[in-house]
Design a protein around this ligand. Structure first.
Ligand SMILES: Cc1cc2nc3c(=O)[nH]c(=O)nc-3n(C[C@H](O)[C@H](O)[C@H](O)COP(=O)(O)O)c2cc1C
Length: 242
């Protein structure tokens, strides 16, 4: 068996293997991440959703669209809607905040970073979204179109899209409860988030396409994570075509 095959086998739940694991509540990892060294924090506007589209036509028409009009600028409100739809907080029960996308055990291991190539009123660069403050941390200023495209195996859509999302996982948030099986769940969580992006983009008549083909550690270095405790899982481009 090769590594993927043995991963699937060794992370199976089986009746005789369950049990014997109690949760260390005192050592529970933090639910939210902040960067002390952020250049600045930027508040996001309350998302304004505009015209209502019915869910059935959105499902019918959702597509991966790789064409972008590179000259256009994405309105900040549109970015706000996409961040809300993918990872916005939508409810609270005690200390647990629920989000627009589901998460195994409500542990929310996924962090959202993005490269803003052309977004109204914010500089070109790498940002981190904080769902708990509904704001942005500005992490790195600069033009990352070329390096992100290189890191995505040369996929040129990254150089034309208004934004490129990068989703990472803080693995311990999920491992705390699910141990090695957590690795299954973090990928499932990322899939839910990406589908929310697809549906929100379709509702807003935007182009989007997810990206699974990238050099992991190249992306990890761009968002300054170690690739072990926190590691990139998935990416997506989004923006304006028409
Ligand atoms: C996990 C995953 C990874 C993907 N990675 C890429 C990618 O790296 N580049 C790309 O152009 N499309 C990528 N796609 C988009 C698929 O090619 C697309 O979903 C598929 O062709 C079906 O088309 P549709 O999304 O329009 O229905 C990916 C999709 C998924 C679900």
């Amino acid at each position: 068996m090769e590594i993927g095959d043995s991963f699937q086998q060794e992370t199976k739940y089986e009746p005789e293997k369950l049990g014997g694991h109690s949760l260390d509540w005192a050592g529970r990892p933090k639910q939210f991440k902040s960067h002390e060294n952020a250049i600045e924090t930027i508040s996001l506007p309350e998302p304004s959703f505009g015209d209502e589209r019915d869910i059935w036509s959105i499902l019918q028409n959702r597509r991966s669209e790789r064409r972008f009009n590179a000259e256009k600028e994405l309105p900040l409100n549109t970015l706000s809607v996409l961040l809300w739809a993918t990872q916005g907080l939508t409810a609270r029960a005690g200390d647990t905040f629920f989000r627009a996308a589901p998460s195994a055990g409500a542990l929310y291991p996924i962090e959202t970073y993005f490269y803003a190539r052309s977004v109204e009123s914010i500089k070109k660069g790498i940002y981190h979204f904080r769902p708990d403050f509904f704001d942005l941390e500005f992490l790195r200023e600069g033009d990352f179109s070329r390096s992100l495209s290189d890191a995505a195996l040369g996929q040129a859509m990254v150089t034309r899209a208004q934004i490129t999302f990068i989703w990472s996982a803080v693995v311990e948030r999920s491992k705390w409860k699910y141990r090695q099986r957590a690795y299954r769940y973090i990928y499932l969580d990322a899939g839910h988030i990406a589908e929310n992006l697809y549906l929100a983009a379709e509702a807003l008549n935007l182009s989007t396409c997810t990206i699974g083909a990238f050099f992991d550690d190249y992306i990890n270095s761009i968002i300054a994570v170690d690739g072990i405790e926190e590691t990139v899982l998935y990416m997506a481009v989004a923006g304006i075509y028409k």
